[in-house]
Design a protein around this ligand. Structure first.
Ligand code: LMR
Length: 328
């Protein structure tokens, strides 16, 4: 009896991760790095999972692995190409080794808000970006929004000169490195899952991220405060393996594409609200949030915007002009 119970317990726990999938269903693993609730990407991934598992039961099933439990962003695209996962949603800054076309999204003060990003992505040029990596085996299914980036450090930041001489964790993007160097900050590329520890042990002094990431990863607990610079954006691409996608039965692919589109439209419309809830939650938890006056904001723009010149050729003047026309 004891042996039977033990075997049952082992097989139950082994089966727990794959609980949603039945024999014969196409398994879609989606790995990402943020928390699942109170986060624009986490909520979108969970909604995608529940809709697929409900509406495609018997045909396909999705398992979401959040919080870097399966892969970091620097591993996940390789895992996608190897077929170990079928979808991922890294920030656009993480695609640099595959394409330079997303550099525009990292340029400081390029987009005034997420609505402007949305409009740019929905233009013909923006939609074409989803297919910019198909030669390398990656197909973009949708852009998912997070929000505007803020700066935090272990000392108050009101002017860019306050950051000079500090070390900041950055995502692995040449544009973001150049942006940090423009204000005298030493950029330290690092996986998202390591940032809290690096801030806590003072391996780095600061970081830039959205409200939902600063709240979700508790960065505010190990920083002096966060300055509302709104100097850039974090946005994602829901990406799949081109061969896997092309090999799906047509009805499955069509149904998946429809669910992806509907989840994208409904969750992108809420991303700014989710992000601002995190801002309020940081303040409620005792975190310091510093707003800039007009002159201070102008000083950040003046210090960072010259970085555009370094990347004009990669990004294309016509794309910069299109983004600026949307802001106007
Ligand atoms: C980061 O690495 O800071 C972000 O891209 C993490 C995320 O997925 O929002």
């Amino acid at each position: 009896k004891f042996v039977t119970a033990a075997v049952l317990a082992i097989s139950l726990s082994a089966g727990a991760a794959a609980a949603a999938c039945d024999d014969g269903e196409i398994v879609i693993k989606l790995s990402h790095v943020t928390n699942s609730d109170k986060h624009p990407k986490g909520i979108a991934a969970t909604l995608l999972e529940s809709r697929i598992n409900e509406e495609m039961n018997g045909k396909a099933c999705m398992e979401v692995f959040p919080n870097s439990t399966l892969y970091n962003d620097d591993q996940v695209l390789e895992a996608l190409l190897q077929g170990d996962v079928q979808m991922a949603a890294p920030s656009l800054s993480k695609f640099e080794q595959f394409t330079k076309v997303f550099s525009i999204f990292d340029l400081p003060f390029m987009f005034k808000n997420i609505n402007a990003v949305d409009e740019f992505q929905n233009s013909e040029a923006g939609q074409a970006m989803k297919e910019s990596m198909t030669r390398r085996g990656l197909l973009g299914l949708a852009f998912w929004h997070n929000g505007m980036k803020q700066m935090s450090a272990n000392k108050p930041l009101l002017l860019p000169t306050d950051a000079a001489g500090l070390k900041f964790r950055v995502q692995p993007s040449d544009v973001i490195k150049a942006q940090m160097e423009a204000i005298g900050v030493s950029p330290q590329p690092m996986a998202f899952s390591e940032v809290y520890g690096a801030l806590q042990t003072k391996v780095v002094d600061g970081q830039e991220n959205t409200w939902s990431n600063i709240y979700g990863q508790k960065f505010f607990e190990v920083q002096d405060g966060t300055t509302e610079t709104n100097h850039g954006i974090i946005d994602y691409m829901l990406v799949t393996n081109t061969d896997w996608w092309d090999g799906l039965p047509e009805d499955v692919r069509t149904q998946l594409a429809t669910i992806v589109d509907e989840v994208t439209t409904s969750r992108n419309a809420e991303s700014t609200n989710v992000d601002l809830e995190s801002r309020a939650a940081i303040i409620a938890a005792g975190g310091e949030v510093r707003e800039l006056d007009e002159a201070q904001r102008e000083a950040w723009i003046a210090a960072m915007k010259p970085v555009w010149d370094q990347f004009r050729d990669d990004v294309g003047q016509e794309n910069i002009d299109a983004a600026q026309a949307i802001n106007a």
